[in-house]
Design a protein around this ligand. Structure first.
Ligand code: HEC
Length: 143
């Protein structure tokens, strides 16, 4: 192959490589900027084994105050004692944006966490996390 042609091919593939990288990173950058923390669609399929159960709320409130209150505030408004120092800010659990999420999505978010929010996969049992989903629901009604 002639030297010039070879160089052309090298340049073209380099350009293609950059374009490919740009295509991959651009959506990630957008996501970081708008800070949309979305649960995967599969999370919406998770069935809440405690759906509609209000007897767990007393216990859930204790769990919430201990584990979530420092950031989300004991009333879930996102105004816990540590909130001011955090970026992004803790979600307001009484807000329409959070309430419109499915039970499964809320459960998934507690399970996975999202810096600075920790994952509760180990710290809380499945049942405790579903109890907290019900508790978050109760916060909307109390507004
Ligand atoms: C260290 C502070 C911190 C603690 C503790 C914490 N969170 Fe969070 N939480 C956050 C932050 C910050 C966000 C927003 C993350 C984002 O938007 O990227 C968040 C977001 C969430 C969301 C997502 C809301 C939405 O947008 O749909 C849920 C659900 C949630 N937290 C539940 C909980 C529960 C339940 C607990 C207690 C078991 C808890 N969090 C403990 C900081 C915390």
């Amino acid at each position: 192959m002639k030297q010039v042609t070879k160089k052309r091919i090298e340049q073209t593939s380099l350009l293609a490589g950059f374009l490919f990288l740009a295509l991959i990173t651009f959506p990630a950058l957008l996501q970081a900027q708008t800070n949309n923390w979305n649960a995967p669609a599969s999370a919406n399929q998770l069935k809440n084994p405690l759906a509609g159960n209000t007897t767990v709320l007393k216990e859930a409130k204790k769990l919430y105050t201990t584990n979530c209150g420092p950031c989300h505030g004991n009333n879930g408004k996102g105004d816990g004692i540590a909130a001011a120092a955090l970026n992004p800010k803790p979600a307001d659990h009484t807000s329409a944006a959070v309430q419109k999420e499915s039970d499964g999505a809320l459960y998934w978010k507690m399970t996975e966490g999202h810096t600075p929010m920790p994952s509760y996969k180990q710290a809380l049992t499945d049942t405790q996390r579903w109890m907290l989903v019900n508790y978050i629901r109760s916060l909307a009604k109390r507004k």
